[in-house]
Design a protein around this ligand. Structure first.
Ligand SMILES: Cc1cc2nc3c(=O)[nH]c(=O)nc-3n(C[C@H](O)[C@H](O)[C@H](O)COP(=O)(O)OP(=O)(O)OC[C@H]3O[C@@H](n4cnc5c(N)ncnc54)[C@H](O)[C@@H]3O)c2cc1C
Length: 403
């Protein structure tokens, strides 16, 4: 390690950060690597939070064993928050929420921004109202899980992926669950209403009370604790627990005044990057949920999925060690709801044409196309068929060759 080197500093110590650090060492990077994370926990995996952690089946979500960091010369600074960045000086300012007097400046050679998302609270709700939960962190999941045994009813507001998974997990834990979604179906914005209807069927058939096409007007409380949710059609749903899953916003507050460009809100927001993760500042990259990279067609695109983050971490690490930028492969994500694994390969859009290839009332397989060409495949309980489509998504394939 050279004495003058300040190495790689990563803001955020989540999935993107640890994968980046690991890739750097694998690719022969010998300078210092420092991960700065606002949470008290070492890097952990978020997908189990809405699934096995809530189900009480799993509590070990760490992405690496404790000795990994020392063995690989990766410094973890946990419970510390980056509050400012000065690209001209190549420094970050670090503060400790538990010690307000502490403020420190750290140099970097290369900076990677991997600060993820913050979940949106229900607009206008008292943030201290007991029984109301958001789900992004391990601590959020443990707080929600700790209330399940004493509860009988739950309302999940928002039927995106996390809302659908939480509804399934709470129902499996024995609660009577209502799932409320203002759009016409669950997952309509991501997957379109036809697939959304199949997902709604999955939940209804399993016993969830699905209210789609209706908003929430009010959280009703007694003595500082939620007791019901009032819908915009006047329906009142009993709720010992409310989980709010109405989306998240990229965490970029620490970039104020840095000059680092953000993407426009209508383009998905987050940190504006080129096709390989460079931000508008020299030697500063962004990866993961917070990063808005240009896609192959030059359009800004921000994605909130696990595989995407892992892939971006690898692409950026490769460049930091001096390799050529490699391009991304076919996008992939999954969601576990009840006993079904829903998998999506490719880039579906809600307004693509949809071709349902099979549907037995529970498991289904469908293809998306745009302008006559395959864009994505979705399967529920159809692992083999989904994965077999990968080569066809790697090239431009007419939909007529698939259906
Ligand atoms: C409940 C849940 C279930 C999910 N399930 C799936 C799934 O089934 N399939 C799938 O594909 N994806 C899933 N995801 C998405 C996946 O987990 C994310 O895509 C992934 O975690 C993104 O990694 P990241 O490194 O960008 O952000 P994160 O993992 O969120 O890490 C960011 C870290 O940065 C820290 N941070 C923020 N600001 C600062 C600051 N100023 N200073 C220091 N640290 C800071 C945060 O505290 C956080 O720990 C799920 C996510 C959640 C929350």
């Amino acid at each position: 390690m050279s004495e003058s080197s300040a190495g790689v500093v990563v803001v955020g110590a989540g999935l993107g950060a640890i994968r980046l650090a690991e890739n750097l060492r694998t690719n022969g990077y010998v300078e210092s690597i420092t991960l700065i994370g606002a949470e008290a926990h070492p890097p952990y995996d978020r997908p189990p939070l809405s699934k096995s952690v809530l189900l009480g089946k799993d509590d070990r979500v760490d992405l690496k064993p404790g000795d990994f960091y020392g063995e690989h010369g990766i410094e973890l600074r946990l419970g510390e928050r980056v509050t400012a960045i000065a690209p001209d000086d190549k420094t970050v300012t670090i503060e400790r929420p538990d010690d307000p007097a502490h403020s420190e400046t750290l140099r970097y050679d290369t900076l990677v921004l991997a600060t993820g998302l913050a979940p949106r609270a229900f607009p206008g709700a008292d943030p201290d109202l007991a029984g109301v939960h958001l789900l992004r962190t391990y601590d959020d999941a443990v707080a929600l899980r700790s209330e399940i045994d004493a509860a009988q009813t739950a309302v999940v507001i928002g039927a995106g992926f996390i809302g659908c998974e939480v509804a399934a997990s709470l129902f499996t834990r024995g609660l009577s669950v209502s799932l409320v979604e203002p759009a016409q179906t669950p997952l309509a914005a991501a997957l379109g209403t036809q697939i959304g209807a199949l997902v709604a069927r999955l939940h209804t058939d399993n016993g969830i009370d699905v209210h789609a096409g209706v908003g929430v007007s009010e959280l009703i409380a007694d003595a500082g604790k939620v007791r019901a949710v009032k819908l915009s059609d006047g329906t009142e749903l009993a709720a010992d627990i409310v989980v709010v899953g109405i989306g998240s916003t990229p965490v970029t507050d620490y970039l104020d005044g840095s000059g680092i460009a953000l993407a426009a809100r209508e383009d998905g927001g987050g940190i504006a990057c080129d096709t390989t993760g460079h931000t508008s500042a020299a030697d500063v990259f962004a990866i993961g949920d917070v990063a808005n990279w240009l896609d192959d067609s030059g359009k800004p695109k921000r994605v909130e999925h696990w595989n995407h983050t892992v892939e971006q971490a690898s692409i950026v690490a490769h460049q930091i060690v001096g390799g050529d930028a490699v391009t991304a492969s076919v996008p992939y994500f999954w969601s576990d709801q009840f006993d079904l694994k829903i998998q999506v390969l490719g880039s579906p859009r809600a307004d693509d044409d949809l071709h349902i290839a099979s549907d037995d009332g529970k498991k289904f397989l469908a293809y998306y196309s745009r302008d006559g060409y395959l864009t994505a495949v979705i399967g529920a309980g159809k692992v083999g068929a989904v994965m077999k489509t990968r080569p066809k998504l790697q090239t431009r394939t007419p939909i007529s060759e698939v259906i």
